[in-house]
Design a protein around this ligand. Structure first.
Ligand SMILES: *[C@@H]1O[C@H](CO)[C@@H](O)[C@H](O)[C@H]1NC(C)=O
Ligand SMILES: [Zn+2]
Length: 462
């Protein structure tokens, strides 16, 4: 996620306005044959990038399309302010008492720098070779529209009725932590009433011809460590200066980083399976008009790290390591961790969705993918973080999946694009997945949720 929020110069705004107003021929064509591609491109043209996402326009677009599909129920919920709507669409099942299936996507996207793109990030340019360029093309407006397209086909063309109720949620603010989006939804009474048994959320593109599936996310920690020490003249050598104390920690932390990175380099672990720790800032010294005061050793120094924990690491063990080795108080050091959401579920278990027989939804999902002609790669831990953690925190089995294969991974990158053929194939895959999950009657007997079987506890190299 980039935090750069430059306002575009006036000329760009004018240019964009001209660019975005459709030519008369284009609008006629759109009205006569509104197909999946034009609907997807219209969604991409809505600028829902931070810091000023146009959520209202996105919700209007989705609502207008959903309203063309019979029997869908459409609700807009507001958990915080009127500018942060959350759209909930429901396709009632023939047995609404069964736990339902939820398909989630987020409405927002990260910012884009138009000057660094081949085509304007909110023009949804379709190139001659069938690529649709746009911020959100992969992350994750594709799945948001594909869910609805698949349901439209199942309902209108195949007259299919689900056994279980199917819900689709469109949440705000995922890219800025989800605290005013999915985090609020899962705490709401409305969510309890949905009786969700299984969730599909966003995944990532695959560069080969197997789809990727994610059963857990890594958890980010912002770690700041501080060291204090006696200030002194720059000419004196003495023990335990603040800088010396910090540098001792730095050596230990960088050695730890090297050990984890070596595991990845040796092919023994995936990037997302190890603890990553990257230094992101150091703050020390006494400023002078020309730079820094050179003949004075500072009494306070600090350094910041982006730490990512795989779900197999217990947060308490990690905290003890930080306390004992990285910022020990006996070395006159202190630390602060800013956590970004839950790290264990409501029963104190790691946020892992089981990908074996203990989770019946897993094989039903896989079967749907295969019936749709797809193949799944080895299930992975997502190196970054998504809203899935909020559902897993509630004990609901949740998989990350975006059906994009043979596609470069361009989320948050310049020139994010998706090929039309990949997009259309994704709709087919969802048709089979939705059918498979919504007709699943394996749990009918007790009408139980699989909460207790859903999470697999295991510890790898701890
Ligand atoms: C910590 O601070 C105390 C008090 O200033 C000092 O006596 C001690 O030597 C310091 N220890 C280290 C390891 O910096
Ligand atoms: Zn996303």
């Amino acid at each position: 996620m980039s935090n750069r929020h430059h306002l575009p110069p006036i000329s760009v705004v004018i240019l964009l306005a001209v660019f975005l107003s459709p030519s008369p021929t284009e609008s006629v064509k759109t009205n006569l044959e509104p197909g999946p591609i034009s609907r997807f491109r219209d969604y991409l043209r809505i600028n829902t990038a931070h810091p000023t996402p146009d959520y209202a326009a996105a919700v209007n677009h989705l609502t207008a399309f959903a309203a063309t599909i019979p029997t869908l129920q459409i609700r807009t919920l507001y958990f915080t302010t009127p500018d942060k709507p959350l759209l909930l669409i429901t396709w009632p099942g023939s047995n609404p008492s069964l736990p339902s299936v939820l398909f989630n996507s987020h409405l927002d996207s990260v910012p884009a720098e138009p000057s660094k793109w081949l085509h304007h990030p909110f023009a949804a340019h379709l190139s001659d070779d069938g690529k649709i360029y746009g911020r959100g093309a992969q992350d994750d407006k594709c799945i948001g529209m594909q869910y609805l397209e698949a349901i439209k086909h199942l309902k209108i063309n195949l007259d299919y009725t689900p056994l279980r109720t199917v819900h689709i949620s469109y949440v705000p603010d995922e890219e800025i932590g989800g605290f005013n989006g999915m985090a609020k939804l899962v705490e709401s009474d409305e969510f309890k009433e949905l009786n969700v048994g299984f969730v599909l959320d966003e995944g990532q593109a695959s560069v080969n011809d197997e789809f990727r599936v994610f059963y857990s996310d890594r958890t980010p920690w912002n770690l700041v460590i501080k060291a204090t020490g006696m200030p002194g003249h720059g000419s004196r050598m003495y023990d335990n200066s603040a800088m010396e104390n910090l540098m001792k920690s730095m050596e230990i932390i960088m050695k730890f980083r090297e050990n984890n990175f070596d595991l990845v380099k040796a092919g023994l672990a995936a990037n997302s399976e190890v603890i990553s720790v990257n230094p992101v800032f150091m703050k020390a010294g006494t400023e002078s008009p020309t730079g820094f005061v050179m003949n004075m050793q500072p009494s306070e120094v600090e350094a910041g790290f982006d730490v990512r924990l795989p779900p197999t690491v217990h947060p308490d063990l990690m905290k003890r390591r930080i306390e004992d080795e990285w910022a020990p108080s006996w070395r006159n050091m202190s630390y602060e961790i800013t956590e970004k959401g839950p790290i264990l579920d409501y029963m104190g278990r790691p946020l892992i969705t089981a990908i074996d027989d203990s989770n019946p939804w897993w094989s039903v999902f896989r079967q749907g993918v295969e019936e749709g002609g797809g193949k799944l790669g080895k299930p992975e831990i997502l190196p970054s973080t998504t809203d899935a953690r909020f559902m897993r925190e509630k004990g609901i089995p949740t998989l990350g999946f975006s059906p994009m294969k043979n596609t470069p991974i361009l989320l948050h990158d310049h020139n994010e694009f998706l090929e039309t053929s990949v997009y259309l194939e994704g709709i087919k895959v969802y048709e089979h997945i939705i059918r498979s999950l919504s007709s699943f009657d394996g749990l009918l007997k007790d009408e139980i949720k699989v909460e207790d079987g859903a999470l697999l506890m295991y510890i790898i190299n701890n």
